[in-house]
Design a protein around this ligand. Sequence first.
Ligand code: NAD
Length: 505
Amino acid sequence: MNAPTPPRDLWHARAADLLARGIDGRLLIDGKRYHAADGSLFDCISPIDGKVIARVARGKQADVDLAVASARAAFADRRWAGQSPAARKKVLLAFAERIRAARDELALLETLDMGKPIKNSLSADVPGTARCIQWYAEAVDKVYDEIAPTGEDALALIRREPVGVVGAIVPWNYPMLMASWKLGPALAAGNSVVLKPSEKSPLTALRLAELALDAGLPEGVFNVVPGYGHEAGEALALHMGVDAIGFTGSTRTGRRMLEYSSRSNLKRVYNELGGKSANVVFADFDDLDRAAQTAAASMFYNQGESCNAPSRLLVQDDIADAFVAKLGSLVPQYAPADPLDPGTTLGALVDENQTQTVMGYIRAGIDEGARCVAGGCRALEATGGQYVAPTVFDNVSNRMKIAQEEIFGPVLAVIRFKTEAEAIAIANDSAYGLHAGLWTRNLDRAVRVSRALHAGTIHVNQYDEDDITVPFGGVKQSGNGRDKSLHAFDKYTELKTTWMRIEAA
Ligand code: NAD
């Protein structure tokens, strides 16, 4: 049994202790810590209270060059790729164990850095990261290559080989977890990696790389270059020495990734991008309490900063008034509070920019005539942190800005509909296609609608199932490729065919 989570004061004391000891924000390249080549730094500001918690190396072209050279050298001499799958598995299992052992420290870093509740960092982000690394470790010596069905006079082997150097560029909403979705399959397959964490949440990436070294991952196989997108990110994605980019982030930046590829070496680009997922509640569903609780919980989890948040709630006319009332009664459970308090459900948004963006969308919703039935304002301003009250808009039209654009904050748009066909049309009327949900007791409708919805994942009568065993990714402008599951190996391996002629005896 797990020990009980320590109370708020203990987490504040731990945070004070961590900050007093100081956080090492230097780059990690070839197993060593370095200052940026030009010595520049950026401030890492906690959205909990607006205080600077670390000064982090601001990687640029020269640093990325060094990291890519280190990754290339590690790949070329086969210090990792040349190890047997069983040997790689052993190291990655040790890595997963070290992540588990560092649970409290990693959770604290994540929460201080980007504002999510400590409860979630402890129960979801750290264990999810460890499980991801463990799962790919366990998978790698169970994946077989292929022999093609040729005739007697030939043998054709189809082998999966690592692509080489993988550039992983990740966002700030689940910093560790998103990194692990790239690291797990890329490292297990034998690649070398250069990870560029978001400038808004660089701390856990650096710590993860230290833990990997400690677990026995050879130097140079996993390098971390923090920095800004237009500097370190652009240098990595344009680099001629990078063979594939695993990108998670906004659709705007995903577009750039494709440009960088075409302007450089046509490296493979796998984009995991934004979403505006529809969650459709039909009047025939008989447990509207559970549907409302799930709609609110999935929307406000992680402050609404989730790519797959069900931010468009489509409710059938007959039940809409009652459903919106239920939602309204649930909203107070998600009042923002101190992220270091283990009782907190909704923490701080990542930074002032994000708060301003979210508040801009709230103003746009009001201006366009939607009815704000909960929230709509900042909260806890005296803390100096970034808090926005969970917000629900009713009477939203799907053409409004708050229904078409990804807000990435705790703002839910309720859209009313009359018929199944209308619901499908509204749900699919989006540039995005990441997730979608539907609630019905009618089996035919469940199958019909889940087939008609254009998204990478469909949820029926739930919205919270998730596991490393299933692929995660979207269609349309939500991206391509899939993270998680065995399918993620497709992104970090090349298929190589070897033909052999077999002479008759
Ligand atoms: P972002 O696109 O601003 O940044 C993501 C990463 O790209 C960061 O590391 C950033 O520094 C880097 N970057 C930014 N500009 C760059 C440039 N010009 N060149 C190279 N790199 C650059 O996204 P964000 O605000 O960090 O993250 C939020 C977005 O991520 C949302 O749209 C969300 O939906 C999406 N997301 C998607 C998934 C998924 O699996 N589909 C998961 C999590 C988040």
